[in-house]
Design a protein around this ligand. Structure first.
Ligand SMILES: Cc1cc2nc3c(=O)[nH]c(=O)nc-3n(C[C@H](O)[C@H](O)[C@H](O)COP(=O)(O)OP(=O)(O)OC[C@H]3O[C@@H](n4cnc5c(N)ncnc54)[C@H](O)[C@@H]3O)c2cc1C
Length: 403
């Protein structure tokens, strides 16, 4: 693997970094204050920021070049450093139309959607006009094993009728969220991995009821939110099924690869910024007669964080490169590795930065608390750590099974 970024990637890195300096960092405080005061409303400057990013060509950069005319033409490897820059300010990804869960959902539609589904939903998503949610997890069953999902999708005439209860539907509280990708079972008697299907459900379909926003460590995470949603006799036309009945598991595997690596790329950016903030802070403060940066335990923390970030970054670049060359399936072990490593790494690095900031580290005056939460939730979302370890362990052992 060539570790040198391409010239195109370097140029875009400069452009994204300049955009962040000029348009994103200066808005951080205002964004936070607006969200504290206005529940489930989008920051008023967001649309004009999106227009600026689009005009600068910094738009949909996540969609790799194998999607042809839909893609701006980057590889996953080229995108990695750009997503890292966006991860320095968690909400900034949306400005570039590169935010979760939309990137994963757009990739599903680009990869598996019919031309009609693409025109109806992918086009406005790629234009940044609407947002989307992915409804897989259910409160009643251990959803880290997706074969447990119980929501029923029953064929009736030229419609599917959906019944079930979902939760942790990220983004579903956002007023711009207009479409859900819902996973359920079309045939509970089929083989374990072909019982599931995915259907497109417009958010305003009768029978869809948003029950409540779930709190994450006491915060509702407005304006995206994570909704609990009831689906009661929800009817959609049969054309809304993606790829066909029984293909849900296959789509889930295809979706979660890109979704996971994008989170990892952003997490590395968050960790990198946390380290930079930590270094600046300990250079400025004096305790017990010397700069905090002169204490050896602090230097060790800084050195350890730098090692942790660089290891995670290189592993993530290796995963991106492997996806580019062998597809998500060919890169599955590396994707599991980064999903295990990056969220925990972010928690560790950010925790050291919080400690070095003293009380300031846990309050709203730095983005550190929010970054720690981001790392912590990704240890669960898109598959808990243990599940990735379970599967990676299984794949690894298998390689040496000579019996
Ligand atoms: C903030 C946030 C956002 C989310 N966004 C979405 C979303 O947009 N859409 C969506 O569908 N879901 C979403 N999720 C749900 C997330 O994907 C699930 O929480 C996760 O898959 C775990 O499922 P579960 O909560 O049912 O836990 P369970 O399946 O009940 O698992 C509980 C625990 O059991 C342990 N465990 C499970 N399997 C194993 C194993 N093989 N070996 C060892 N231990 C194991 C793990 O510690 C695991 O955390 C989100 C979750 C969070 C917290």
């Amino acid at each position: 693997m060539d570790f040198e970024y391409t010239q195109r990637s370097k140029n875009l890195q400069t452009q994204v970094a300049d955009f962040m300096d000029k348009h994103i960092y200066p808005q951080e405080k205002a964004y936070q204050e607006f969200n504290e005061q206005h529940l489930w409303q989008n920051f008023p400057e967001l649309e004009s920021l999106k227009e600026k990013a689009q005009a600068a060509g910094l738009w949909n950069l996540f969609l790799p070049k194998n999607y042809g005319h839909l893609s701006p033409g980057l590889t996953n490897l080229e995108y990695a450093s750009l997503a890292e820059l966006m991860g320095r300010v968690p909400w900034s990804s949306e400005v570039f139309n590169c935010s979760a869960p939309d990137t994963g959902n757009m990739e599903v539609l680009a990869k598996y959607g019919s031309p009609e589904q693409q025109e109806r939903w992918l086009t406005p998503l790629m234009q940044g006009k609407i947002r989307s949610a992915f409804l897989m997890t259910e409160p009643a069953v251990a959803s880290s094993d997706a074969t447990n999902i119980e929501t029923s999708i029953v064929e009736e005439g030229d419609e599917y009728v959906i019944n079930g209860r979902k939760w942790w539907s990220s983004g579903a509280m956002n007023p711009h969220c207009k479409i859900y990708i819902v996973m359920g079972k079309t045939d509970p008697n089929a083989d374990r991995y072909t019982q599931q299907s995915m259907v497109l459900v417009p958010a305003d379909t009768p029978g869809v009821k948003v029950i409540r926003p779930l709190k994450v460590f006491g915060n509702v995470d407005s304006p995206e939110g994570h909704a609990e949603i009831e689906l009661k006799d929800v009817r959609v036309p049969k054309e809304n099924i993606i790829l066909g009945p029984g293909r849900g598991f296959e789509i889930a595997q295809g979706r979660l690869g890109p979704g996971r690596i994008h989170h990892c790329m952003r997490l590395i950016g968050a960790a990198q910024r946390a380290l930079e903030l930590m270094c600046k802070r300990v250079n400025q403060r004096v305790a017990f007669g010397k700069k905090i940066s002169d204490f050896s335990s602090i230097r060790q923390d800084i050195a350890q964080s730098r090692c942790d970030i660089e290891q995670a970054r290189l592993l993530t670049l290796a995963a991106a490169d492997k996806i580019d060359r062998f597809g998500v399936k060919g890169a599955k072990d590396l994707i599991a590795m980064i999903k295990i490593v990056c969220p925990q790494m972010t928690c560790n690095v950010v925790d050291r930065a919080i400690q070095a900031h003293g009380g300031m580290g846990v309050c709203q005056d730095t983005p550190l608390a929010q970054m720690w939460v981001y790392g912590r939730i990704i240890r669960l979302a898109d598959g808990p750590d243990e599940v990735h370890m379970y599967q990676l362990g299984r794949n690894t052992v298998k390689q040496y099974n000579t019996l």
